[in-house]
Write a protein that binds this ligand. Structure first.
Ligand code: ADP
Length: 309
């Protein structure tokens, strides 16, 4: 299914995986308005926010499960993990491009669980995970993208953002932490930042995990009811829940304004964890496959060498 990305360039400038056309690359269209040269391959069941069009988050069924069977899906997840593992080794060996996985969701939306379930088995040396909390004083003393840019994956790496630069148009907006004009200017800056990453050889996969308000209630209650889950419960989550509608509006704007051909937003129905895990794992595996990482060419004459005694 996948095509080669043309000749490999030596030196430090990788061919952009998401933007520039490489000789002879004509990936089969993945549907929607996505960039034809983009390797991003959303799995069936995931909604790609069409760039440049308003997106109605309220219209997304968080319960969707694609009609799949839960036990079958758990088995299928194992297969997708194995694909990710194999392709990651190639990405690492090739050392030309990288993959950034961005996870955003409302509290209890399942970011941690997804990262654990989907990236199990991935070589830890080829993967970095950054969790973004309330910014430190040093971080606040810089432009809002500073702390995120430092954690983007280097060549050959898969980088995971547990929360991301989107917090600066989400919690910051909902809590009114900066003047309106400041967060409003950020959508364009975020698009520029993601474009910089894309032209520099980083494929950006942005997953929004969509749960319903009822599901959040059930998950918070479960944390209260089970002593082993108490550590996950934060009383502040109950306060945040009161701002549910404001968060949905902020998510809606971020999805609408920051879905671009080079970094589209992928909305994942996430009430059912097993469905969420499978479609995300499949998307990562299919995208890595479309990136088509290659082992570097062996030095000439290596096959004739023998190891001396
Ligand atoms: P998590 O919920 O991700 O497991 P925490 O419970 O420590 O981890 O929550 C991190 C907190 O940091 C969240 O409340 C989030 O809104 C906040 N946060 C993240 N980024 C920012 C930011 N840029 N500005 C203000 N608050 C932020």
């Amino acid at each position: 299914m996948t095509k080669k990305h043309g000749k490999h360039h030596h030196g430090h400038l990788a061919t952009a995986s998401g933007v520039t056309k490489s000789p002879g690359s004509s990936h089969p269209a993945s549907g929607g308005d996505s960039d034809p040269a983009s390797p991003i391959r959303p799995a069936e069941g995931i909604l790609t926010v069409p760039p440049g069009e308003p997106f109605d988050l309220a219209g997304v069924d968080a319960d969707a499960d694609g009609g799949l069977d839960k036990d079958w899906a758990k088995e299928a997840l194992r297969e997708q993990r194995a694909r990710i593992e194999t392709l990651q080794e190639r990405l690492y060996a090739e050392r030309r491009r990288s993959l950034l996985l961005v996870f955003q969701a409302i509290d209890t939306g399942g970011k941690d669980g997804t990262i654990r379930a989907v990236l199990q088995g991935v070589n830890p040396q080829g993967c970095t995970v950054a969790s973004f909390k309330v910014p430190s004083t040093e971080e606040m003393d810089h432009d809002f993208l500073w702390r995120y840019h430092q954690r983007t994956p280097g060549r050959g790496m898969i980088g995971v953002f547990n929360r991301s630069h989107y917090e600066d148009v989400l919690v910051v907006r909902v809590k009114g932490l900066v003047p309106d004009a400041v967060w409003q200017s950020r959508y364009g800056l975020i698009n520029d930042f993601e474009r910089l990453l894309a032209v520099s050889g980083t494929t950006v996969l942005k997953f929004f995990l969509h749960i319903s308000k009822d599901e959040q209630k059930a998950r918070l209650q479960a944390r209260l009811d089970d002593p082993e889950k108490h550590w996950k419960f934060d009383p502040a989550d109950l306060v945040e829940r009161k701002s549910w509608d404001a968060y949905q509006a902020a998510f809606g704007d971020a999805l609408t304004r920051c879905s671009t051909p080079h970094a589209p937003w992928l909305v994942v129905p996430a009430n059912r964890k097993w469905f969420r895990n499978l479609v995300i794992a499949r998307t990562i595996a299919d995208t890595l496959e479309a990136m088509d990482p290659q082992f570097p060419e062996a030095p000439k004459g290596i096959a004739d060498l023998t190891v001396p005694d």
